[in-house]
Ligand binder design. Structure first.
Ligand code: ATP
Ligand code: MG
Length: 139
């Protein structure tokens, strides 16, 4: 049965630390189907556009620099209740507050360098997925 979709990125520091394979394994073993996946790098301009919703927040500049600092994995995931279930699997923004067994508890370095992104609504998941993937890259 087809579920709903969410969007994720494995962030630069987690890729650099060699955690991407384990993180991808965790998503698959928690029931998320990979609809689309690519290894890519955001330019500074693209990172600024992607995170435009956070433009007014004090950490915006730091966030954009960080997300453009190295290659990432971007993916569209499918599961029943995908957005909410994926937010549960990744855990709280700050790994100090993330529950045991979550991706951020296992792999995040800090509140800023927190290993993964997860969309916060079905609408944003669709927009973010379309930012990275054409329809012919989605299966
Ligand atoms: P994401 O959108 O990446 O899944 P989130 O929804 O848990 O994370 P947001 O509030 O949307 O958290 O913040 C986006 C990202 O900005 C965070 O994941 C983190 O990398 C960074 N960030 C958030 N708060 C701070 C902060 N106080 N200082 C530095 N960076 C922060
Ligand atoms: Mg967010």
């Amino acid at each position: 049965m087809a579920g709903t979709r969410t969007f994720t990125m494995i962030k630069p520091e987690a890729v650099a630390a060699g955690h991407a394979g384990k993180i991808i394994d965790m998503l698959i073993s928690n029931g998320f189907r990979i609809v689309a996946l690519k290894y890519t790098r955001l330019s500074h301009k693209e990172a600024g556009t992607f995170y435009e919703v956070h433009k007014e927040r004090p950490f915006y500049g730091e966030l954009v620099d960080y997300m453009a600092s190295g290659p990432i994995y971007a993916a569209i995931l499918e599961k029943e209740n995908a957005m909410e279930d994926f937010r549960k699997l990744i855990g709280a923004t700050d790994p100090a507050n993330a529950a045991e067994g979550t991706i951020r508890k296992n792999f995040a370095e800090s509140k800023a360098k927190n290993a993964v992104h997860g969309s916060d609504s079905d609408e944003n998941a669709a927009l973010e997925g379309a930012f990275f993937f054409s329809s012919r890259e989605q299966f």
